[in-house]
Design a binder for this molecule. Structure first.
Ligand code: NI
Length: 132
């Protein structure tokens, strides 16, 4: 597997890019979008077997189960609606709330895509749901 193949597996939706000029509407769309992440994650792992849950999404990467755990753990912190306020994030250091809003939206999609792209590559269809 080449370096660019592995990078594609590691960043299925590309790397995070902060937009310092984000509009109020775009920001609102991101925050409202948060409510669908649990459903997206649920769909991503729907019907997977124990062995599938223990499969790594890339060589040296986490298993599907670890990705789910990581997302649940990292998204439990709430944020406050003062978007210029600076706060400290364990991975990103001192960042604005705006950065956190965009970063968390990217982060959830990033890890959900690890699972959905693995499923696609492996041809894993749901054992509990009939796919259209
Ligand atoms: Ni992460």
């Amino acid at each position: 597997m080449s370096v660019s193949d592995i990078s594609g597996l590691q960043y299925p939706i590309g790397q995070f890019q902060f937009n310092p000029q984000i509009s109020a509407e775009e920001r609102h769309r991101l925050i409202v979008g948060y409510v669908i992440f649990p459903d997206m994650l649920q769909t991503a792992v729907d019907g997977l077997t124990e062995a599938q849950l223990d499969t790594r999404y890339r060589p040296g990467g986490w298993t599907v189960r670890q990705v789910v755990h990581h997302l649940a753990e990292s998204h439990m912190n709430a944020y406050v609606p003062d978007f210029d306020r600076k706060l400290w994030h364990p991975a990103w250091g001192t960042v604005s709330v705006d950065y956190l809003v965009q970063g968390c939206a990217w982060h959830a999609r990033h890890h959900i895509a690890h699972i959905t792209s693995l499923r696609e590559r492996m041809g894993w269809v749901s054992s509990t749901r009939t796919e259209p």
